[in-house]
Write a protein that binds this ligand. Structure first.
Ligand code: TXA
Ligand code: MG
Length: 351
């Protein structure tokens, strides 16, 4: 089959999926859409295939990968039987944006997938193309987000092609993803659910299924009793410009951002701003690139557009970027987690 235009876009057709499945069975890496972000898939049982994932991404190999399955009956081959709480979470949220860390079945997966840990992170994505591709490949797929390490995760096939064209066998083109932020990663210990990475399923949603939920803040993860996500220690999602996250009452926040942006613009710097629909008017004559990313009334809309907004700052070569903080409940916790990482410590609280 001819892949289109050198970017390696594979059409989401029966034939395209068959071809992508064949490539995966032959040990190649293929990117594919999930409901959260695009993933970069490889046969999770094959070290030579998984090695290609780390190489294509430029990812440190001590950061383990999530294993994706299409059906519950694939679980027993890769993990030990889950505890009751994990089983309940899976029954409730799968397929969907929840990743559960379970004891790994020894010898079942390439040790590169788990980066030497005794546990494996498993998820069943809620995207028809992802499920059909896993079925076509006939094996569980190890798949991190399909971006170059350190770049915002891809929410469109074009983002994958931009970062990885020429480094991977192809990308199944499923259009824009739905959730826009990665899955929530949890691990259950002694009946308590520890959120290792906030994501598409909120802590509030988890609590509706099981009351004992603890969030492990990245800042304190180092000292937390629960095993933490190795991924937390890496800088992530950073745009090339310097992003400052500004929190506080709307008026004071806007006043601060206007003043700082005017000064930066006066110094000849290219300025960027991340704001939300309710505040767009305040920044009508802003001296730089304004990204209005969804609405404060609808966290799902902001989640969906966040990575694309961060990529837009790079495309416009924004040097000094200001981002307004987002209310931190529900999906807002995952939005703020990604913004804090993008800010790499530059977080200001005004007023
Ligand atoms: O939505 C998602 O989860 C996307 C799509 C493609 O499914 N995948 C994704 O994978 O975000 P990745 O590799 O970018 O993030 C995996 C996260 C990392 O923070 C990693 O440290 C953590 O899961 N993780 C993987 N295995 C783990 C384990 N055994 N114990 C604790 N954390 C683990
Ligand atoms: Mg990632």
């Amino acid at each position: 089959m001819q892949l289109d235009n050198g970017a390696g876009l594979i059409p989401p057709t029966e034939e395209g999926l068959r071809e992508a499945g064949r490539l995966l069975r032959e040990g190649e890496v293929v990117a594919f859409p999930t409901e959260t972000v695009y993933g970069l898939g490889a046969d999770a049982r094959s070290s030579s295939a998984v090695e290609k994932v780390y190489a294509a991404k430029g990812r440190p190999s001590d950061n383990p990968l999530i294993v994706h399955i299409a059906e519950l009956d694939q679980l027993a081959a890769i993990a030990e039987p889950p505890d009751d709480v994990s089983a309940r979470l899976m029954a409730h949220f799968w397929p969907g944006p929840l990743t559960v860390v379970l004891p790994a079945k020894s010898g079942a997966l390439s040790p590169l997938v788990t980066a030497g840990l005794a546990t494996v992170a498993v998820r069943m994505p809620d995207h028809p193309l992802a499920r059909r591709l896993i079925a076509a490949a006939g094996c569980p797929l190890a798949a991190p987000s399909a971006n170059r390490s350190g770049r915002p995760s891809p929410t469109r096939a074009e983002h994958v092609a931009h970062d990885l064209a020429g480094r991977i066998a192809g990308v199944v083109n499923g259009g824009p993803t739905g959730v826009g932020l990665e899955s929530t990663v949890v691990e259950v210990n002694d009946g308590c659910v520890y959120v290792l990475r906030p994501g598409g399923i909120s802590a509030e949603q988890l609590r509706e299924v099981h009351p004992r939920v603890e969030t492990v803040a990245p800042e304190t993860a180092e000292h937390a009793a629960a095993p933490r996500s190795p991924g937390m220690k890496y800088a992530h999602y950073a745009p090339q410009g310097e992003l400052t996250l500004v929190a506080g009452p709307p008026k004071q926040t806007a006043a601060y951002i206007w003043k700082a942006a005017a000064e930066a613009a006066a110094q000849g710097k290219r300025v960027g701003l991340l704001t939300y629909a309710e505040h767009a008017d305040v920044y009508a004559s802003f001296p730089g690139l304004v990204q209005v990313c969804g609405s404060l009334a609808d966290p799902a809309s902001t989640a969906r557009g966040l990575y694309e907004s961060l990529r837009a700052f790079d495309e416009q070569a924004a040097e000094q970027i200001y981002a307004e903080a987002y209310p931190e409940h529900g999906l807002g916790a995952a939005i703020m987690n990604r913004l804090r990482k993008a800010a790499a410590g530059r977080v200001l609280t005004i007023g």
